[in-house]
Ligand binder design. Structure first.
Ligand code: GAR
Length: 226
């Protein structure tokens, strides 16, 4: 039995350009994640994520939500494909569809999402713009398990990003995205290592991976004190 066969089997769902997908592809190839992407599914035939999967020789397909009358029917097609591929962890990487109850039941605590804000602040869409307009001094990104509501599931990991006075939606989004590309592979590797335990709303991290001393006296203050 080769070591490849013991790797965690990931299925990635994406709707857009797929830069998060790319960061996971790269982390798998570099050996930073003990996992392999066995399937990429896009709901949008023009998603750049499909080309990224193709370039990396990862099995990929489009399951277009427009071809289905109901979300339940669309979800059933996606679930069926993921089960056929024996996917163990589902990764939503810029997947702009709401995941229904059947999907969540089929993969309880085995669907991760990345959101470009520090949940529970700014759930929903266009959240970089909302954080900027609100006047927040920090925002960031969150990786969480999916539950029955939108952007409410148990939080696995977060990265904090400062907001500057001269930020535009674009500059802030780019700063957050850079951290998304670090955070998502990290969270997936914690899962792959068996370091995550869900207790109610909380995701507890195996002590070997948490509180490693790096946070000593390192509170973030924006604007920074002299
Ligand atoms: C990312 O910023 C991700 O956090 C966001 O979409 C972008 C996808 O970029 N996801 C959501 O807003 C989910 N509600 P990508 O296609 O380059 O990975």
């Amino acid at each position: 039995m080769g070591s490849g066969s013991t790797k965690l089997r990931l299925g990635v769902l994406a709707s857009g350009g797929g830069t998060n997908l790319q960061s996971i592809i790269d982390a798998c190839s570099a050996g930073d994640i003990d996992a392999q992407i066995v399937r990429v599914i896009c709901n949008n035939p023009n998603a750049g994520a499909l080309q990224r999967a193709e370039r990396a020789h990862i099995p990929n397909c489009c399951i277009n939500h427009r071809d289905f009358d109901t979300r339940t029917a669309f979800d059933a097609a996606v679930i069926s494909q993921l089960q056929q591929d024996r996917v163990e962890l589902v990764i939503l990487a810029g997947f702009m569809r709401i995941v229904g109850a059947d999907f969540i039941r089929a993969f309880t605590h085995r669907i991760m999402n990345i959101h470009p804000a520090l949940l529970p602040a700014f759930p929903g869409l266009n959240v970089q713009k909302k954080a900027l307009e609100y006047g927040a001094k920090f925002t960031g990104c969150t990786v969480h398990f999916i539950d029955a509501d939108v952007d409410t599931g148990p939080i696995i990991a977060q990265a904090v990003v400062p907001v500057f006075d001269d930020d535009t939606e674009e500059s802030l989004s780019a700063r957050i995205l850079e951290q998304e590309h670090r955070l998502y592979p990290h969270a997936i590797q914690l899962f792959a290592a068996g370091a995550l335990k869900v207790e109610g709303r909380r995701v507890l991290i195996d002590p070997a991976y948490a509180n490693t001393g790096k946070f000593h006296a390192s509170a973030l203050i924006n604007p920074p004190p002299a």
